[in-house]
Write a protein that binds this ligand. Structure first.
Ligand SMILES: Nc1ncnc2c1ncn2[C@@H]1O[C@H](COP(=O)(O)OP(=O)(O)OP(=O)(O)O)[C@@H](O)[C@H]1O
Ligand SMILES: [Mg+2]
Length: 241
């Protein structure tokens, strides 16, 4: 079993707020891993540390074998990332943005790859439209495209389905499930527990920066338990403790 993401006692404080508190978790190659947790539980902060966007206060993590503190650029150049609430630059067209991504990521044949994505996510008619004039969902399609167009071994996505309509959600879910079947790995954070239960192989629940639970989704379904009720009872118990 190959581990592609390994966090050890990872912590992040902002002044006197401890956003992530000694989190230890690992993700195996081929997993579709869901990081779940209430608002403010530290999911986005975890993803930012794991993608080399912010430095951990304590602890360590390796992603695809690269240390997030020692070599954040090594991590960033290899993974696909969709940060929370990120939108493409307003002053570029959709196609210009993908050319920009291709230059940074040294992607060959960007025109044909981009055309495949414009077709797949059904926004070919927006190819030459400035990003500022795209709808929110279409901007998310473009963010999705930039994260996957280089077929990274690992993609980290903060809320993959946000802003997508039901048809697009269905397409994207199917894409994510298919993606990990080819021995690639996906790490998502999400509030949509039904979706996590449907597509994730493994999950962790964060609350107040700490891991309350970490394990395979099949362990729950094997006990006939639903992720939503499991999540609610665990988080409420911890909140009231
Ligand atoms: N740059 C920052 N400065 C100060 N506090 C921060 C900063 N970033 C995050 N925090 C705090 O860290 C905690 C965790 O925030 P984070 O954004 O990681 O939560 P989250 O689980 O992603 O929440 P949500 O579900 O609402 O997206 C919160 O208390 C938040 O206010
Ligand atoms: Mg968040």
């Amino acid at each position: 079993m190959t581990i592609v993401l390994d966090a050890r006692d990872l912590s992040k404080s902002f002044g006197d707020v401890t956003a992530v508190d000694t989190v230890t978790l690992s993700v195996k190659k081929g997993a579709l891993f869901g990081l779940l947790g209430p608002n403010g539980s530290g999911k986005t902060t975890m993803i930012k540390m794991l993608t080399g966007q912010i430095r951990p206060s304590r602890g360590s993590a390796t992603v695809l074998g690269f240390d997030v503190t020692q070599d954040p650029v090594g991590v960033r150049t290899r993974v696909g990332i969709i940060p929370e609430q990120e939108t493409p630059p307003s002053f570029l067209t959709a196609m210009e943005y993908l050319h920009f991504v291709a230059a940074v990521r040294k992607i060959q044949d960007i025109e044909s790859k981009a055309d495949w994505w414009f077709d797949f996510l059904d926004f070919a008619d927006k190819k030459n439209v400035l990003c500022k004039d795209l709808s929110r969902g279409t901007r998310q399609k473009l963010m999705f495209t930039q994260a996957f167009i280089h077929e990274p071994a690992l993609a980290l996505i903060d809320e993959p389905l946000i802003n997508f309509d039901p048809i697009m959600q269905d397409l994207v879910k199917e894409y994510l499930v298919g993606y990990v079947k080819k021995d690639r790995t996906i790490f998502i954070s999400t509030h949509i527990l039904e979706v996590a239960e449907e597509i994730c192989s493994d999950f962790a629940i964060l609350h107040k920066g700490r891991v309350l639970h970490n394990g395979p989704v099949a362990d729950l379904t094997g006990r006939n338990e639903h992720l939503t009720s499991f999540f609610l009872s665990l988080v409420r118990k911890d909140r009231d403790a």
